[in-house]
Design a protein around this ligand. Sequence first.
Ligand code: IMP
Ligand code: MG
Length: 180
Amino acid sequence: MGLLDDVAEVLIREEEIANRIGDLGRQISRDYDGKTPLFVGILKGASLFLSDLIRQVTVPCMLDFIATSAYGDGTENSGIVRILKDLDQTIEGRHVVIVDDIIDTGFTMDYLLETLKARYPASLRVCALLDKVSRRRRHVPIDYRGFEIPDKFVVGYGLDYAGIYRNLPFICVLKPEVYS
Ligand code: IMP
Ligand code: MG
């Protein structure tokens, strides 16, 4: 039994992801012309997206990572967000782009925006590969969005279920028996 046996449906193919990231990279490169943005990836889910994204960015940039508390092994968000690993550097005066794999309820990004705003960045924007807009509980301004997706729990391309499936190269839904 391999990982692929657990896949019920592929929602976004590898090629579609790459094309869309090309668009986002070009847009970000235009918007940050003459600047050196700092990309802040939210561990661990955003790591694949971030590494592909910055290779489509043509302005000089820097990288940092932040880790927040996850759902545990389930699929429901408690609404409580904690920082597990903070940034290595100060962001005062920097042009910061927070990068995440998916905005679901919006609790995580809302909390991070408030927290990072208090550190006086020159600017602060949000880039998310996926937007599950129907589940939103907090308003989050998404400056760069890959895809809007329906209210389904998805895995692959960095997104996990119980820590597994991040290495699938596409975004997909798992078979119901995987959760039982
Ligand atoms: P939010 O705080 O509810 O917006 O969700 C934040 C985090 O929950 C995301 O960064 C993901 O790591 C995780 N998450 C939300 N929806 C999904 C999903 O469908 N699959 C896997 N992880 C998810
Ligand atoms: Mg995440």
